[in-house]
Each structure stands twice: as structure tokens, then as C-alpha cells.
Design a protein around this ligand. Sequence first.
Ligand code: ADP
Length: 702
Amino acid sequence: MTALLYVLVAVGSVSLATEAFLADRNDPPRQALLALALSIAVAYVSFALSLLPGLEAFRALYLLGGCAAAPASLWAIQRTFVQDEPSSTRSTQVVYLGTVAIAPPAALIHLLLYEGFPRLRWPGLIAGAFAFYGFGVALQRLWAAQEATHLRIDRNRMRYLFVVLATAAAFTALEGLARQLGPSPLPQQLSLSSRGVALQGPFPPFSTVFTGLGIYFLYHSVVMSRMLDLAELFSRITTILLSALALVLIDGLTFLWVDTFTVYPFHSAFQIFLASLVFLAAYDPLRERMAWLANRIFDRRSAQLKSVIKQLHGRLPTIIDTETLVDEILGGLHRSGRVPICSVYLWDDRLDAFRCGASRGHGELPPLQMVADHPFTTRFSRGAPWYLRSGVRRRAQHDPEQAEVLALMDAMNADLTLPLTSGATVLGWIHLRDEAWSDGYSAEEILLLEEVARSASVVLSNIRGFQAIEEQKRLAALGAMSAGLAHEIRNPLAGVKGAAQFLQAEELHGEAQEMLQVVVDETDRLNMVVSQFLDYARPFELALDTEDINQIVSHSVMVVRAGGIPDGVKIVEDLDTTLPAIRVDRTRMSQVLINLLHNALQAMPGGGTLKVRTARGRRRGGTRTLEVAVSDTGIGIDPEVQEQLFVPFFTTKQAGTGLGLPICRRIVEAHEGDLEVHSADNSGSTFIVRLRVDDLQGERGH
Ligand code: ADP
């Protein structure tokens, strides 16, 4: 049993540390934690083996592992808690170099001189004393770090870790000394288990329990940094302790009650087995009750959050519009008292940016209104499950991308950010911030909140799906109606125009001729509006073919040139000739480009430069695209006008129809592309058509 405990702690520590390491191999605290766990595991496993008959020589390896644990613990503490201080002070160097110089020779001498002796003797004593010096330096660093920190909760946690590690070191020393100084039976005749106990020495292996606890604490500090609330830890330990106590009580009582162990061991073991079975059957509901009780005692805020999250899970699937969804999530989280500050950002098609949908209790820092594309979103689309400020802050020291994420989190006032995604597309995110004095969110809370974000993502993409279907239905109805309406308008219009033209041929003079010309011009205009409206509203089929986009661009520019360009306007083509061919409807795409080119020319009444550029690009979510950008140096577009650009019939021109851009967007979206606008007042505008590169689908109806 003694040996088993050592092995269990070794295995547990290494699994925890490996799990942490595999999640982020470049993070120095995780590397250090793994080194510490491995050295402890080597020491413990070899100690356990050395308790077996004939394997006493493993004490040499125990010595080596134990000595390595000292610099490893120093390294882990330096990396995890002491960030600003230079890592190579004199005492640190003494510990690192001294271990390399002392431990291997000591182990070797022990192996050569004392093989077969369970006791360590002088090489072990010297190496052991040096290792304890190393532990002392590590503990002193930890103490200094907790004194330097100004976050109350961080200080508490470091103190707690200090107590656990110091107790582990003290017990290790005590047990070791007791082994050396106590009576030394060479337990040849003892059973295997009694031999293990005898060799362990007079003290039970308390040190293993505290060492395991220390690694567990360190693991939480390394992996989740601010996440582990002390309260949560207490509540977990209490749950486990209460469960263990209940089991001991039940089995113990059964053991006392069944006093026939020596006479009928088989029967009695069966009784205890039955008692344990009853306990295990009742364990699950019991554990829930105990966890609930412990939560209420130690972790009240968290318990409230959990109950709100449970309610949210029931409520979310019934929601069918975005406002209610945002309202329910923020309202619920804020009401729980666990999330004093929170906000939701959602992608806004019209702005081509993420916009703050709503927020609660934003404190001294109001939320940002808008966020454009950023590593922040690209990392989410690559599958990052959340950003936790403390973790991002630590990684930002050696990763510039994370530094950008951190800057944005700070600007948005967030401790924890959970993405709202649909596949690789980021729809938005939820920001949460805890009270400044608190320890942030615990691992369990983050997992629960992640669940909420996941359900919200599903609801959000469903809502978007409904909206798209609604829009399609609306357009289909509009298309059918407008075709009839256009017919009704065009026929009489043709009659009116014909009549006017007939009268024009008559001998009428002056004003009468002018009036007839007005009638003809206005009927032409009305006819154009009707045609464009039909173009916008009528369902259409794309005739997709594999095309060179540069050719389409050049052709469109040629058409526009042929129509005449104003004086003082220069047209520049900047085409990337290495672009791959893509599937587009040539006629429709030319229509889009010609419209954008016309708009650009009209925006430069006094002359300027119209530039058409083609290039490779990437879309939100990382898919490869081709871009056609039409830029002018004209009047630019006001932000208020920008919001309306794609609204049908919105125009600022006297003779405009306001249907050009909505038609362009429809055509581009039918190609599964995007149409973006960038413009600043008075410095021109750029319209970018973004098309998928790998579009190998056949024709699709719209
Ligand atoms: P129309 O050209 O008939 O007005 P559009 O839908 O093509 O309809 O354009 C809508 C509005 O967008 C225009 O009235 C104009 O205010 C604005 N706009 C479009 N392109 C530009 C541009 N390149 N520069 C400035 N404003 C533009």
C-alpha cells in the first residue's frame, strides 16, 4: 500500500503535467511543470521499487530524481509567478549548477558502495541536504512573489501553495531523517506489505499526499492561471472528503458489525462488498447533494451562475430573434451577480464589422462600438475555444498575435471572451468581466459558459438561416409581383411614348415641342427604373463558367471608356496576372463592375484617378478569395450614407435610381462572394468584390 501511494502520486502528477504541456508546448510554465512532475515521478517510482526485495539499488535513482526535483521546482515557480525578475540570480545558478555537480556523483557512489543497503548514508545525506537548499530557494522565491503581488486573491493562492509545498518539503525531510536515525530492521522475513511499511520508516508517507496536492495546485496556477477560485477548490475537496468519509463510515460499521472476519472471511468480505455496493448505488445523488451543499457554503456566486445557466439552457432553444437572444444571455448572466460586466458583439453585414449589440454594467470603460477583422477573430475561426485574459497576457510576452488579442480585450473590457461561431465563420462573441478583486472564472464555470455560447451559436445561426429564407421568400414574392406590375406599367408607357413621338413629328413649335421631349425623356427614365427594379427583384439563374477575372475587368473598363469618361479622370488598371481562373457568370459580373465604375466616375465630377485592382485575398474565416477593388479619389461616403448604400432606392443623385448597388450585392452574393465598402469622407471610396477561389459548383438558381 505504501509503495502504491508513491506510484499513484507519480502517475497522477505526470498525467496532469503532460496534459498541461500538450495543450501548449511553447508555454515555459508548462514545460517547467512537466520537468518537475517527471523528476518527482522518477524519485517516487524508484523509491516504491526500492521497497521490493532485491531492488534496493533503485535508491540511487530515487536520489537522482529527488535532487532534480529541487531545481525543477525552482524553475516552475520562477516561470509561473516571478515574471519580471531576471531568472538567473546567484542562488538560482548555485541550485542549477550544484545539482548537476552533486546529484550524479552521489547517486553513483551510492550505487557502487552501498548497493543492497536500504539506507542512504553520506552521499545521500549530502545530496539530500543540497536538494533541500534548492527547495528552500524555490519557496523563498514563492514567498517573495506573493509579497510583490497586489492582487489579494493571487496573494492568497500563492500563500496557500507555499504552505502546501513547505509542508511537503518538511514531511519529506522528516520522513527521510526518521529513516536514517530510526531503528533499522532489515526486514528479510516480513511479508511484502509489512516490508514496505518497515522501510518507509516510522512516519507514514504524508509527504506524498502534500507533494501531489502541491503539483495539483501548481497545475491549476499554470494551466488556468486566475481560474481556480480558492472557494471552488475548497468546495471540491470538501465534496471528496465527505464522500470518502461516508464510505469509510459505511464499510467500517459493516466491518465492526460483521465480527466473523477471522472465522468466515469469505462471507464477511461479501457483506462488506454488499455495503459498498449500496453506497455506490446511492453515491451519485448523494454526491450531487454534497457538491451543492459545499458550493453553497464556499462558492455562493458560482452556484448562482450555475443555476442561471441551467435556466438559460431551457430558454435559449425557444428564442427566434437576435435581440431577445442577446437580451436573455446578458440579462441572465448579469442577474446572477457572477458577471457584473458583459457585452455581446455580432457581425453586421451592412458595416462589414463586428458591432456591440448590447452590454450590461460596463463600468468605467464603455464597450467599443465596432471591431473590424483582426487576429482576434481569425484565431476564433481556427477553433480557439475562448480567450482568458490572464492566459493571453502571459502568452503575449512571446507571441505578437496574442499581444494584439490582449490589446483588443483590454479595449473591450473583457476578462473572458467566448466565441459565437457557425463552422469556421465567427458570428460574434460574448465578453465577460468579473469584479476586479476576484480570481476570474474557474475552469468549471468557463466550461459551463462555453456551453451557453455554443447553444447561443446554434440559435444564432438558425435565426440567420430563417432570416435568409424569409428574405428569399420575400424576394421571390416581390419578383413574381413586379414582373406583372412591370408589364402593366411598360405597356401603357410604350403607348405614351409612341403618342408623344407621333406628336413630335407634327408641326408644333416652341414650348409644345419641349414639353413633348420631357414626356419622352421621363418615359425613358421610368422605363429604366422599371427594368432595374425587375433586375433587382426577379429571380435569376447564374450562367457560371470558368473565367479569367482580369479579362472581365478589362472588358468592363473598355465598355465604360467607350461610353466616354469625364475630363481630368485617369483610369489605372493594376491586375495580378497570376490569378487562377474562377467560376463566374461573365455577363453578371461585368454588370457589377460597370456599375461600380460608373458610380466611381460620378463621384469624381472634378476629375481624379479611378483605379481597378485585382489580387488574392482572404475572407473572414480564412477561405481563399480573389478581390476586385474599384477605388476612386472622389467625394467619399458619409458614415450615415454608408449604412444605407445597399437599401433599394436609396440614392443621393438627382437622376439616380438607388438600385445599382443592391443589384451588385445580389449578384455578388449569388456567387457566394462579398461586396465591401471602405470610405472616408473626402478621400474617395473603395468597393471590393470578394469571390471564392475554389468555387467549383455548377449553376445555381436564385
Ligand atoms: P445610384 O447610383 O442610382 O444612386 P447606387 O445604388 O449605385 O444607386 O448608389 C447609391 C448611392 O451610393 C449613390 O447615390 C451614392 O450616394 C453612393 N455611392 C455609390 N458609389 C459611390 C462612390 N464611388 N463614391 C461616393 N458615393 C457613392
